[in-house]
Design a protein around this ligand. Structure first.
Ligand SMILES: [Zn+2]
Length: 241
């Protein structure tokens, strides 16, 4: 697994805020009570339940795929969002430059909380970010978004199948995908495509299993976690898992 990077000022600030959120949860002992102290919710249209959030997300992807995205009023949105945020979705996506979640779902400022890392897998910092979105910002939906021809998963396949080695920290990244790749080594079809889908499914499962905070939100119906694959050719996101 990757080593922890040194703490920057911004990261220290974020972890402090995240700790405050987690502390509030421990004190109250229940997710809904802690959420009563959450930050302001400036976008009324983002106060959705998980099913409504998923429907809105996929409608936005449809507009993007068909080339009929909305005109976004960034000037007025900046003003409205100065005092807080209430994004209706958190997306854990790959860092690949061809996938931009805000574009792919036709969202404006304050709509989509993005956590990005090559290969869209669970890291401690990524999980903390998602917990912050759910517990403090009341985000009702998490999507794990993989994509066609993912270079990170291709490295994971090579590391698993051919014992390939990679320079620098890339080795740790490639190694992180080995458990998912091993599950599909003998499956029919394209190995990379299968590994990409398996990694998304495994990441969804890990988010559900490894965070008490997310599990609480799931159990109370405040949160839904879903996987998707972004198709490079069409721009469409196919839901999986
Ligand atoms: Zn990728």
């Amino acid at each position: 697994m990757l080593k922890q990077p040194p703490l920057t000022h911004d990261r220290r600030q974020f972890l402090r805020l995240a700790t405050v959120g987690a502390g509030a949860l421990m004190l109250t002992g229940a997710l809904p009570a802690a959420l009563a102290h959450a930050s302001p919710a400036p976008k009324a249209a983002n106060n959705l339940n998980p099913q409504q959030a998923l429907a809105r997300l996929m409608e936005g992807n449809g507009r993007y795929a068909e080339g009929v995205t909305k005109r976004h009023e960034f000037m007025s949105e900046r003003e409205a969002l100065e005092g807080g945020q209430n994004p209706f979705v958190a997306v854990l996506s790959c860092a690949d430059s061809r996938i931009t979640p805000e574009y792919a779902f036709d969202t404006g400022l304050g709509d989509l909380f993005a956590v990005r890392v090559a290969g869209n897998f669970v890291t401690d910092d990524g999980l903390a970010s998602l917990e912050y979105a759910v517990a403090v910002l009341r985000t009702p939906l998490i999507m794990v978004l993989g994509h066609d021809s993912c270079g990170a998963l291709a490295a994971g396949v090579k590391a698993t199948k051919d014992n390939a080695t990679f320079p620098g920290k890339i080795q740790g990244l490639a190694d992180a995908f080995k458990p998912s790749v091993r599950k599909v080594l003998k499956a029919p079809g394209d190995l990379l495509a299968n590994a990409i889908a398996q990694n998304v499914s495994d990441t969804v499962a890990r988010l559900k299993a490894e965070s008490a905070l997310l599990a609480d939100a799931l159990a109370t119906g405040k949160l839904h976690i879903v996987g998707g694959i972004y198709r490079l050719h069409s721009g469409r996101v196919e839901l999986i898992g």
